[in-house]
Each structure stands twice: as structure tokens, then as C-alpha cells.
Ligand binder design. Structure first.
Ligand code: FES
Ligand code: FES
Length: 158
């Protein structure tokens, strides 16, 4: 079947069975390797993408369900309102070690800032609770997201 979605700012048609998972399609049909496979069960967040600005687990999201929707992966975050600020803040705060979880963290954070421009620490922690990091970078991730939120309107670009 043909599925049409709006992916990272461009219309994309995908010829694939609609029951295949979005993560599989992104990585193996569209060459977007930034979304990672971790648990494959919706528990770790390594595969997160935005679907109409909502962070979802691409590993258990069927292709058919994103037909007609706006999908943003980590590769498209530079074109997202909070994407550049988040990327800069993650670098400045050293919010990654091995980096395996980082794409999902960035996407989840972009979804938060799209919904709530100035979240407090508790809101950031609650929102990021679904994203796991085996390297223990959580505290730096939380600080980086807070910094990216504060950067808004302070010459922080997008
Ligand atoms: Fe999707 Fe873990 S790989 S939530
Ligand atoms: Fe290694 Fe998070 S930085 S899993």
C-alpha cells in the first residue's frame, strides 16, 4: 500500500505494508538512521519521533497510523522551532555519553517545548520519564532542556 506523510518538512510516499512499524520504515526504507532501536516495546524512548508534535514510539507505531500526519525525526529537528536550541543546549551541558538515547531525548524534549514553552523542573522530569539512559545522563539532560527553554527569546534563534 502507499502511505503519504509529511516527513521532516517534505511530502513522502512510502510503498510498504501498513502494518510495518514506523521505525523499520524510517531506518530501512528511508535511510533515516537517527531514530534508534532499543527495547522495541515502547519502554525506552530511543526510537521517539514527533507525530503532529506529539512524541511517539516509532518502534510500535504502525505505518498506516501516520498517513497524512506530520512526522519529525531527529534529522528534521533543525527545522523545528525548538530543535536548534535543544541541540545547542545538549552540547553545552554535555547531555550525552554514548549518545544512543540522545536522539529520542531531543525529540521528546522538542515535543515538550512545542506544548509548553517554559516548563519547570518537575514538568521536564515528568515528561522525560519515558526516556531511559543507561549511561546516567538524565540530570544533564534535564538541565539542558531547562536551558533551551530559557534561551527562548534571549537571542536563542529558533
Ligand atoms: Fe521504541 Fe524502546 S525502541 S521505546
Ligand atoms: Fe548512553 Fe544515554 S547517553 S544511553
Amino acid at each position: 500500500m502507499t502511505t503519504v506523510m509529511h516527513l521532516n518538512g517534505a511530502r513522502r510516499e512510502v510503498e510498504a505494508h501498513g502494518q510495518r512499524f514506523l521505525l523499520d520504515i524510517l531506518r530501512n526504507e528511508l535511510g533515516l538512521k537517527g531514530s534508534h532501536y532499543g527495547c522495541g516495546e515502547g519502554n525506552c524512548g530511543a526510537c521517539m519521533v514527533l507525530v503532529d508534535e506529539v512524541p511517539v514510539h516509532a518502534c510500535n507505531t504502525p505505518l498506516w497510523s501516520v498517513a497524512g500526519k506530520r512526522v519529525v525525526t531527529v534529522e528534521g529537528l533543525a527545522g523545528h522551532p525548538a530543535g536548534v536550541r535543544l541541540q545547542r543546549a545538549f552540547v553545552e551541558h554535555g547531555a550525552a555519553q554514548c549518545g544512543y538515547c540522545t536522539s529520542g531525548m531531543l525529540v521528546a524534549a522538542a515535543g515538550l517545548l512545542a506544548r509548553q514553552a517554559s516548563p519547570d523542573g518537575a514538568e521536564i522530569r515528568a515528561h522525560m520519564a519515558r526516556n531511559l539512559c543507561r549511561c546516567g545522563s538524565h540530570l544533564r539532560v534535564i538541565r539542558a532542556i531547562g536551558a533551551a527553554a530559557a534561551d527562548r527569546g534571549a537571542g536563542g534563534g529558533q
